[in-house]
Design a protein. Structure first.
Length: 317
């Protein structure tokens, strides 16, 4: 690949916001480059989606494949490499360097990299990922069919949904949460949770260490006694404790960050604090509602702003 490429707009990410931005950008007839490595973002691993208009009961991965297909049909340039750095050049454009070494000179940049799943930061956690440690209940639940016991860690919607799903496969599911009660999940989920007989809820409980051997995880140690023991033997553990915005590029650009949420601050046009740089999706503080539909809408808005910036820049050239 040529290491000095030009485009009008570069979109970083491969989730709902990024694909939506690419779709609108291409329809504005400006040269568009989509870059990233993690296909589909949170939507792709979110399991069954029942609230996306026009697509009742569709798997998140399948929905994102539809997004991708629509963008691919417009012959959008897509590079399987993450955005590594962005800096403004003397021409008033941005030099965007990818992990593969490619340097794109662009007029507008749309950041839509989403969030990074949080980890427990325990010894052997990374080593045993895929060997009993998982961060996606929806992806890996079927692997635990007829297994004796699994655990889900977390107290939000994702954790409760994961526990309910896993209860259909494993014989017993432990739902471990450090809080005194569940206050974030939707009431309908809590109702199902409380009616599911093979889910054991452990509140005000934290995991002290992961137990296992060369074959991977086989249990956990918790900070309080349960059934007279601090150890619980498991076939697997699912970490569902949220995610943090990917701020490497925003911090590099010294974009304004919302102090309360830790997200990139944007206005109603998806402008960031630096002209020519736009942000959309779960990376931003544009809305508290983190859903596929809101990410897609922000991507479309960002594309319009990026397009207007391209027109303005070219009119001055």
């Amino acid at each position: 690949m040529n290491d000095n490429s030009k485009s009008d707009v570069l979109i970083a990410g491969l989730g709902a916001a990024a694909y939506s931005a690419a779709l609108y950008s291409k329809r504005y007839q400006i040269k568009t480059t989509l870059v990233g490595e993690e296909f589909g973002g949170e939507t792709a691993i979110g399991g069954l989606i029942e609230n996306y208009p026009g697509q009742p009961d569709i798997d998140g991965f399948d929905l994102m494949m539809k997004f991708k297909e629509q963008v691919d049909n417009l012959q959008t340039e897509t590079i399987n490499s993450n955005l590594k750095s962005v800096e403004k050049n003397i021409n008033g454009k941005f030099n965007c360097i990818l992990d593969d070494g490619t340097n794109y000179e662009v007029i507008s940049v749309i950041l839509a990299m989403g969030r990074e799943r949080r980890k427990l930061d325990l010894e052997n956690e990374e080593e045993w990922t895929g060997m009993g440690v998982s961060y996606c209940s929806t992806c890996d639940a079927p692997l635990y069919k007829n297994k004796e016991a699994v655990a889900v860690v977390g107290g939000g919607n994702a954790a409760v949904e994961g526990a309910i799903l896993l209860s259909k496969y494993a014989k017993k599911v432990y739902l471990i949460y450090r809080g005194k009660s569940f206050f974030r999940p939707e009431p309908i989920l809590l109702n199902i949770l409380n009616k599911t007989e093979n889910i054991v809820i452990l509140l005000e409980t934290e995991i002290s260490s992961l137990l296992g051997d060369v074959n991977g995880l086989n249990g956990i140690q918790i900070n309080k006694s349960f059934d007279g023991d601090h150890e619980i033997f498991l076939d697997g553990i699912f970490v569902e404790i949220g995610a943090d915005p990917r701020l490497e590029i925003p911090n590099q650009l010294q974009l304004q960050i919302n102090k309360e949420t830790g997200e990139v601050q944007v206005d109603k046009h998806q402008n960031t604090s630096q002209p020519g740089i736009y942000a959309a999706g779960d990376l931003t503080d544009g809305t508290d509602l983190k859903q596929t539909i809101t990410a897609a809408s922000q991507g479309a808005i960002a594309a319009l702003s990026a397009y207007q910036n391209v027109l303005s820049h070219k009119s001055r050239a």
